[in-house]
Design a protein around this ligand. Structure first.
Ligand code: 5RP
Length: 252
């Protein structure tokens, strides 16, 4: 089932873009121009507010470039974006090898490790990133940091099965160094956020010291029974593009 009215609006017209939106667009367009080669047939599409600019640029490559391509979504939002942009939708079941995936990020460190899952899509995002021969990040300048958990204060998103959330929260508070980890609540605290996979999300802030070695934290959290996936993507991205206010792009 796909709604006829897009849930995610098309990118704002260029003339009225805010500085931050311009930065996102700049990063997205640069990454598409550099990494979506004419021969590529299977393309992963991430989630979040930067990704519509990725799709915008792909559509600008024209019908001829896109007619033999298939686009693999990382969640409900990107599925709807692909369909409403007139691109062909595929699934990782049919296409377990993807040429390139472009996705947003909540923060990216010096080693191209990143936090993802601000939109609660990180399980599917990680599957689609891992299936890709090349994984590229796009973001505005605020996401470019030396160490994770610098500006993104809510911390590392962790998808958990609902039955285990209290136990995993207790593990994070008592043994894993995240005493302020919380269950993510929906707007107006109507109840927990539920992912596309029917799970809950815990947000776990960590200190800068802990984030010197994000892989170690990721591995420890993944070992907790009930954890489905951790929004730390370590050693996965080949490059990250950040749009800056002055119109330049920083490439990591
Ligand atoms: C969703 C994500 C997003 O890619 C991440 O939150 C970045 O989003 P935005 O482009 O809106 O800053 O991981 O789960």
């Amino acid at each position: 089932y796909l709604p006829t009215k897009p849930l995610l609006k098309s990118p704002i017209p260029a003339g009225v873009l805010s500085t931050i939106e311009k930065s996102k667009q700049l990063a997205a367009w640069t990454a598409v121009d550099r990494h979506i080669k004419p021969t590529y047939r299977v393309i992963g599409i991430g989630s979040g507010s930067t990704v519509p600019y990725v799709v915008e640029r792909i559509v600008m490559q024209g019908d001829e470039a896109n007619e033999n391509r298939v686009f693999i979504p990382t969640g409900f939002q990107s599925k709807e974006l692909i369909v409403s942009s007139g691109l062909s939708l595929g699934d990782v079941d049919q296409y377990p090898e993807i040429d390139v995936t472009i996705d947003g990020a909540d923060e990216v460190d010096l080693e191209l490790n990143c936090i993802k899952g601000g939109g609660a899509c990180h399980l599917r995002e990680k599957v689609i990133a891992e299936a890709a021969n090349t994984f590229i990040l796009v973001a505005d300048y605020r996401k470019n940091v030396d160490f994770l958990c610098t500006n993104f204060k809510s911390g590392v998103p962790i998808e958990v099965v609902p039955f285990a959330y209290a136990k995993v929260l207790h593990n994070l508070h008592s043994a894993l160094g995240s005493p302020s980890a919380t269950l993510r609540m929906a707007v107006a605290k109507a109840g927990p956020v539920v992912t596309d996979n029917g799970n809950f999300v815990i947000d776990a802030p960590f200190s800068h010291e802990a984030m010197q070695d994000p892989y170690k934290i990721m591995a420890r959290i993944k070992m907790l029974t009930g954890v489905v996936e951790v929004g730390l993507f370590c050693h996965m991205a080949q490059a990250a593009y950040f749009g800056n206010v002055d119109g330049s792009v920083t490439v990591k």
